[in-house]
Design a binder for this molecule. Structure first.
Ligand code: FPP
Ligand code: MG
Length: 324
C-alpha cells in the first residue's frame, strides 16, 4: 500500500511526519549523516507510519503526538532492519546493498542503536507514559522474538505455535504499538483501542506470513534474495504447513537435510523448495494469511464509515493479495 494510493487525505500529516523525522535523526557525525542519507535514499514504503496516521484519522483528529508516534514507529523499524541485516548476513535490502556490506557490521549496528535511541528520546520528550510503554514493550518483544527465532533455528523444532510467537513479537507487535499509540493520541477510548489492536495484530501477522511466503518465491521481484530463511535454518509457515502433511519419514529427512547443510546449501535449498511445492506449503500458508486479513477487516467493521476506514480495508487487501 503506497501513500499515493490512499483515498483519505493525510497530506498535512505526511509533511509533518517528514519534518519531524529529519530533525530527529540530525547528528554531528559526518559518517553517521552519510549512512543516514543512504538509508533515506533507499527507504521503503513506510507502511507503519502511513497505517498509524490513517488509523488515527479513522478514529479521531490527529495532533503532534500522532505524528511523533508515526515517526517513532518508522525509526524503530529502521533500527531493527539495520540490526537484522547483520544477524542474517543479508546482502540486499529493497534492491540495494545493505549498510553492513557497504560499510561494515559495526557501522550498521551502531547506526541502528542511534535510530533506536533517538526514537526513544522523541517519545520521552512527549511526556506520555502510555505511548512510552507501548513502544518500549515492543522493543522487548522484538529482541526476545529474534532471540527465540535464533534458538529455534538451532534446535530445528519450530512448531506452528512457536512460529506464531515469533512473528507476533518480531512483526505484529510493532504494528500494534504504532496503531494503538496513533489512535490513543486522538483521545480514543478503550473500546476503539481494543478494536484497533485486533486489526493491527492480525494485519501484522499476515504481513510477516506474506514476507515468509516471498522467501519461497525466487521469481518474485521483492528486492531481497529468496531462500534466505532456509540458509539461516529458519522454519517458517510454508515449510511448517508442508511438514504437517508429509509423513514422519519424509519430515525427518527434511530436518536432517536442514541440520547437515554442510557445503551444499544450494542443493538443500532446492530440495526443500521442491518439498514445499509437493505438499502445497505456499498455498496453505496463503490460506492462513487470508484468515488473518479477513479477521483484520472484521475487527474494524463497527468503525464509522469514512475514506480512512476504506483505506484500512485496502491495507488488508494489499497484504492479502494472492501470489499463486
Ligand atoms: C526482519 O525479519 C526482522 C524483524 C522484523 C525484526 C528484527 C529485530 C531485531 C534484529 C531485534 C531488535 C532490534 C532492535 C533495534 C529493537 P526477517 O529477517 O524475516 O525479514 P527480512 O526478510 O526483511 O530480513
Ligand atoms: Mg532478515
Amino acid at each position: 500500500m503506497e501513500f499515493r494510493l490512499l483515498s483519505g487525505d493525510i497530506i498535512n500529516e505526511w509533511e509533518s511526519y517528514h519534518k519531524t523525522l529529519s530533525s530527529a535523526i540530525k547528528s554531528d557525525s559526518s559518517l553517521l549523516n552519510q549512512i543516514n542519507s543512504y538509508i533515506l535514499e533507499n527507504r521503503g514504503k513506510q507502511i507503519r507510519p502511513i497505517l498509524g496516521i490513517v488509523s488515527a484519522k479513522a478514529c479521531g483528529e490527529t495532533n503532534h503526538l500522532t505524528i511523533c508516534s508515526a515517526v517513532v514507529s518508522e525509526m524503530i523499524h529502521t533500527a531493527t532492519l539495520l540490526h537484522d541485516d547483520v544477524a542474517d548476513s543479508a546482502q540486499l535490502r529493497r534492491g540495494a546493498p545493505t549498510v553492513h556490506t557497504l560499510y561494515n557490521p559495526a557501522a550498521s549496528i551502531l547506526t541502528g542503536d542511534f535510530w533506536l535511541a533517538k526514537a526513544l528520546s522523541l517519545i520521552v520528550e512527549q511526556k506520555d507514559s502510555t505511548i512510552l510503554g507501548l513502544f518500549t514493550g515492543t522493543v522487548e518483544d522484538l529482541s526476545e522474538g529474534e532471540l527465540f527465532q535464533m534458538q529455534k533455528a538451532g534446535s530445528f523444532d519450530t512448531t506452528r505455535e512457536d512460529y506464531y510467537s515469533i512473528i507476533y513479537r518480531k512483526t505484529a507487535s510493532l504494528f500494534v504499538a504504532t496503531v494503538k499509540s496513533c489512535v490513543y493520541s486522538t483521545g480514543a477510548g478503550h473500546k476503539t483501542l481494543d478494536i484497533m489492536e485486533e486489526y493491527a495484530r492480525n494485519l501484522g501477522i499476515a504481513f510477516q506470513i506474506r514476507d515468509d511466503i516471498f522467501d519461497y518465491m525466487p521469481d518474485l521481484n521483492t528486492g531481497k534474495s529468496a531462500g534466505n530463511d532456509i540458509r539461516e535454518s529458519k522454519i517458517t509457515l510454508p515449510l511448517i504447513a508442508a511438514m504437517e502433511i508429509a509423513g514422519v519419514k519424509e519430515r525427518e529427512k527434511i530436518i536432517s537435510l536442514l541440520k547437515e547443510k554442510g557445503d551444499t546449501p544450494e542443493n538443500v535449498k532446492e530440495i526443500i523448495f521442491a518439498f514445499v511445492k509437493k505438499y502445497s506449503g505456499i498455498a496453505l500458508a496463503q490460506a492462513t494469511l487470508t484468515e488473518h486479513t479477513k479477521k483484520a477487516e472484521e475487527a474494524i467493521s463497527s468503525l464509522k464509515e469514512s475514506s480512512y476506514k476504506r483505506d484500512l480495508i485496502e491495507f488488508t487487501k494489499f497484504v492479502g493479495n494472492r501470489f499463486i
